[in-house]
Write a protein that binds this ligand. Structure first.
Ligand code: OGA
Ligand code: MN
Length: 200
């Protein structure tokens, strides 16, 4: 098995401290740009396979209008990002005893006019999602293009986080958040670090 390390450029102490103090952390310049470019290519070549995220079991909800593609082993480039998140999970388990044992992830595409209204990824601890991690991978983003992640931190302070390319936003899955309507195509990978062990 390959041994995967967290990218050397990540300030792991800062990430742990921010998660501890605020319930979220932002990492910029996450990967070398050649990886980002390869990921953009993998995402955009599969855009025709994305499906409306709001449709579940044939039922349509109006809380979100983005389209998604779940990531599996066939998406080699995205899989490397998942491997990095598994390594991050090990680090978080060591510091916070979260018991994360699984990472699930999908690409998401918000076209102009699309949004995701206020929600929690893990309402009332009903699923195993402990930490949400959103990585932004469009080629460029300007501050007046909307599409911010609007997040309430664990001290009830609200933050607007711009979806800058090559940025990773990590937050507790029980925090309230939304995606403000995007004015341009916004591409990302949303991942959840899950703890699916049942306590007996
Ligand atoms: C989600 C989500 C935030 C973002 O997919 O559940 O809240 O910034 N995404 O894309
Ligand atoms: Mn969410």
């Amino acid at each position: 098995m390959d041994v995967i390390f967290l990218p050397k450029s990540w300030n792991v102490d800062q990430i742990l401290d921010d998660l501890d103090q605020h319930g979220f952390a932002i990492i910029d310049d996450v990967y070398p740009t050649d990886y980002l470019q390869a990921l953009v290519l993998e995402c955009t070549t599969h855009l025709n396979e994305f499906r409306a995220a709001a449709v579940q079991n044939g039922v349509i909800s109006n809380i979100r209008s983005d389209h998604i593609l779940w990531i599996n082993d066939n998406l080699d480039i995205a899989q490397q990002h998942i491997d990095t998140l598994k390594q991050l999970s090990n680090t978080l388990n060591r510091y916070f005893y979260l018991g994360i044992n699984e990472v699930e992830a999908h690409f998401a595409c918000y076209n102009a006019g699309e949004f995701y209204t206020l929600h929690r990824d893990n309402p009332q601890g009903k699923n195993g999602r402990m930490i949400s991690a959103v990585y932004y991978l469009h080629k460029q983003w300007q501050d007046d293009w909307g599409g911010q992640l609007h997040l309430q931190d664990k001290n009830n302070q609200w933050h607007y986080i711009h979806p800058k390319p090559n940025r990773l936003a990590i937050f507790q899955s029980d925090l309230l958040h939304e995606v403000i309507e995007a004015k341009h195509q916004r591409l990302s990978i949303t991942a959840w670090l899950r703890s699916d062990q049942q306590l007996l």
